[in-house]
Design a protein around this ligand. Structure first.
Ligand code: PHE
Length: 358
């Protein structure tokens, strides 16, 4: 059948020429569709002499399969080509800056931790952490708070069930436990900043059973009270972004520091509001002091050679002061409206150079 060879040649040429998925579909319909050229050929079989029908039918079937396979192959080639072209066209440049996220917000606690760590990192402090579940030794005894010491009463400690040997683990009541861990790990010079969760069995408008503190510790041969004051004054001025922020240090007591002090910053409560940096009022901001010689000795550091200072500050408290957040409890309610209002844009990472806040 000469007709068959001609149709084959023509169709194969059309298939090879098809450049798009639409082209190939058009060829398929023109060949194998209900009125397609190959389909029409099939219909001519009936007109042949009975003895010729078998051979003609076989030839037409071969043609049909051949064309169908060629169409399929061409289609796959076109699709792969299109995909590669598309991949090349849509290649993503991962070095481009990220699109600012409009929905997600950074929680004020995370933001303030970044700000605090940013300031102290700039002063040369290293970041350190410790576990939430602590031993009595790290949280109290080594910090010069022996068993039965009245200071333990102030801490409203959460204890874990007593173990067989009579000891009890606890949820750390302050980040000062990390002072002990750090001093037992390394000899001076030490300069660390330790943000983290702390726990006390207390719950009202100004206390939460879980809250955050940040601890600072510096130990070296020449460290003295002047360093403590200079460091903390510098820190408060950077954090609250007030260059001439008034500050004062009041004598205080902590078992693990001697002398101990509390630091206040100047503020005004006029008109019911709170303005930091001016006015005649004072606001307590942190506890601090020179590391007690007994604490150094408890950690294997020679108090005749080394001295240090330490400080601890409540993160929620400074976040509330800085960003005018009135109620402590709202920090943990996961209320999206609150987060949208007080939260921070994700890519607004605080740095000393770029600014701490929006
Ligand atoms: N740990 C003390 C507290 O939780 C704060 C503090 C830390 C005071 C370091 C002095 C030195 O209140």
């Amino acid at each position: 059948m000469q007709n068959i060879d001609q149709i084959r040649t023509e169709l194969l040429a059309e298939i090879a020429a098809a450049a798009t998925a639409d082209d190939i579909e058009r060829v398929r319909v023109a060949a194998l569709g209900r009125k397609g050229s190959v389909t029409e050929l099939t219909k001519t079989i009936g007109a042949l002499a009975p003895e010729e029908r078998r051979a003609a039918g076989a030839l037409i079937n071969v043609l049909k399969d051949e064309i169908a396979a060629a169409i399929e192959a061409r289609k796959t080639a076109i699709e792969t080509g299109a995909l590669s072209a598309r991949l090349a066209r849509e290649r993503i440049d991962v070095t481009l800056p990220a699109r600012p996220e409009t929905e997600g917000r950074i929680h004020p606690i995370s933001q303030v931790v970044d700000e605090l760590v940013g300031i102290f990192a700039e002063m040369g402090f290293a970041f350190a952490e410790g576990p939430h579940i602590e031993t009595d030794e790290h949280n109290f005894t080594a910090l010069n708070i022996p068993p039965e010491h009245p200071a333990r009463q102030d801490h409203d400690t959460f204890y874990l069930p007593e173990k067989a040997d009579g000891t009890r683990l606890l949820l750390r009541t302050h980040t000062s436990s990390v002072q002990i861990r750090s001093m037992r790990k390394a000899q001076p010079p030490i300069r660390i900043i330790v943000p983290g969760r702390t726990f006390r069995a207390d719950h009202d408008a100004t206390h939460s059973p879980m809250f955050h503190q940040i601890e600072g510790l510096v130990v070296d041969e020449t460290t003295h009270m002047g360093h403590l004051k200079g460091c903390l004054i510098e820190f408060c001025r950077a954090f609250f972004d007030v260059d001439d922020l008034p500050v004062r240090f009041r004598p205080s007591f902590f078992p693990f520091t001697e002398p101990s002090a509390e630091m206040d910053i100047g503020c005004s409560r006029e008109g019911g509001g709170l303005t930091i940096g001016k006015g005649a009022d004072w606001l307590e901001i942190l506890g601090c002091g020179m590391v007690h010689p007994k604490v150094l000795a408890n950690c294997g550091i020679d108090p005749a050679r080394y001295q240090g200072f330490a400080f601890g500050l409540g993160i929620e408290r400074v976040a509330m002061l800085k960003y005018g957040i009135p109620d402590l409890r709202t920090f943990y309610e996961s209320d999206l409206r609150w987060l949208r209002h007080y939260g921070f844009a994700p890519y607004d990472v605080p740095t000393i150079a770029g600014g701490l806040t929006r």
